[in-house]
Write a protein that binds this ligand. Structure first.
Ligand code: ATP
Length: 430
């Protein structure tokens, strides 16, 4: 129904309020073209007679409010039209948020701060993108707060970040990332250091609030916070912490009634907690698939993406020219802690790392921290709370010569000398 195969690809005729869902096979590319009518991909409008290319593994929905026809060429794993989408409910959520922005504008208050939560694979990132796109299309300047350390839409994995959205996401490439504020977390799950995770959430909230005080548009635009899919135990507590740090007004819970009830119970009564269904189009991603998309994100950081290819640099860095730290000492039993020290202290401790061969392939964040004077024990303060200015990957370590070779987006020298090690590795195959 509504599908015609032809020379230039397969044509799909979509009725209003339906969507075409497709996945691109591994190793393949698919081209999409809007032939008639109006359509959007996750809230970004398609231009007519422009060919959009999607790479292997892409999972895309082309939605139309008015009806349209599109053509697809290339190898899709699946491609079907669905009439059953929650888009109307998502649009209603957007309309309610826009109402709040208008009211904020009128009453000289701040716009909505929204947290999007739910288990893995319910379409949290997609809902965030949709809401941000709809807001920016109305001339708003919302902020995306990315707390998903596993699958960040803004920076490399293992980071927490904030990005002011000034134009809709590019249909193929997502948000153009010009000047995000990025913090080093260091691993792909909050559970490896929940104290640090909560602390960085607070840091981001503080910076965002400061920006809102200085910039009226940012304040009215509010923020959309994307969170991790870990919604039990400390993961749940981290959501509650985030809600309070950002003083969120609205929580959108995707697909899980239990989480919805818990948040309704635990958050202050003035926070609006709303349960929304997930889209049937959201595709579950395997562990391998997640690992691949993390790898891809790091590769993009160094090598760019189609229209903007980068040429990273490789050079040697002397051990004596840098200081490498890991955040958080391995936890030890309470009974073994020195007097007056708590587990919190160990999780937020900067531990100097002696460079060795095991550093190879690790991603290191280059900290923006002041290179000023050192505190007690030769360890600088403020590193935890400082954003990072970029990332490098260690490609080789020569312990004899006391140097390591790094892959860097910019030529030598490194802009700063304080480096933070991630659990995350990247093997540069280029
Ligand atoms: P995670 O917990 O890993 O962060 P998530 O809940 O944020 O996942 P998304 O990343 O939003 O989920 O969606 C998972 C995948 O499903 C993405 O590849 C996205 O492009 C795809 N997707 C989302 N909505 C649809 C849809 N309606 N049709 C087809 N694919 C979709």
């Amino acid at each position: 129904e509504g599908v015609v195969a032809g020379g230039g690809g397969t044509r799909f005729d979509l009725e209003k309020e339906t969507e075409l869902r497709f996945e691109v096979e591994a190793g393949e590319k698919v081209q999409l073209e809007l032939l008639t009518g109006l359509a959007e991909v996750f809230g970004s409008e398609l231009n007519r007679n422009k060919k959009y290319t999607f790479g292997p593994g892409s999972k895309i929905a082309v939605f139309t409010w008015q009806g349209c026809s599109v053509s697809l060429s290339g190898k899709t794993e699946v491609a079907y039209i669905s009439k059953d989408t929650p888009m109307l409910l998502y649009l209603n959520a957007h309309t309610a948020l826009e109402q709040m922005r208008r009211q904020a504008e009128r009453d000289n208050e701040r716009g909505p701060r929204v947290m999007v939560v739910g288990p893995t694979d319910v379409g949290k990132s997609t809902v965030c993108r949709l809401l941000l796109n709809y807001a920016v299309r109305l001339g708003r300047r919302p902020t995306l707060v990315e707390l998903d350390v596993g699958q960040s839409g803004v920076s490399v994995p293992g980071t927490m970040s904030a990005l002011c959205i000034e134009r809709p996401a590019d249909v193929e490439e997502g948000y153009s990332v010009q000047a995000p504020l990025v913090y080093h977390f260091g691993s792909t799950t909050p559970g490896t250091n929940i104290k640090l995770y909560n602390k960085l959430t607070s840091c981001l909230a503080e910076v965002f609030s400061q920006r809102c005080e200085e910039n009226r548009k940012a304040s009215v635009g509010g923020c959309i916070i994307n969170t991790c899919g870990w919604v039990k135990g400390s993961g749940y507590q981290a959501l509650v912490h985030c809600a309070s740090a950002f003083q969120v007004d609205v929580v959108l819970v995707l697909d899980q009634e239990r989480l919805y009830n818990e948040l309704k119970r635990d958050l202050p009564h003035f926070v609006r907690v709303v349960l929304l269904p997930k889209s049937g189009g959201v595709v579950e991603r395997s562990k391998d698939c997640r690992r691949e998309s993390r790898d891809e994100k790091i590769r993009e950081y160094f090598y760019g993406f189609r229209s903007a290819l980068f040429f990273p640099h490789a050079f040697d860095v002397r051990f004596s020219d840098v200081r490498i730290y890991k955040i958080g000492a391995p936890s030890i039993p309470d009974s073994c802690l020195p007097l007056g020290m708590s587990q919190d202290d160990t999780q937020l401790k900067l531990v100097p790392v002696t460079p060795g061969r095991d550093l190879t392939h690790h991603v290191l964040s280059v900290s923006c921290a002041d290179e000023g004077e050192e505190g007690a024990g030769g360890v600088r303060r403020g590193v935890l709370e400082s954003p990072v200015c970029g990332f490098i990957v260690v490609t080789n370590v020569d312990t004899q010569a006391q140097v390591m070779t790094v892959l860097s987006p910019a030529p030598r020298p490194l802009p700063r000398h304080t480096l933070l090690i991630m659990d995350i590795r990247f093997i540069d195959l280029k």
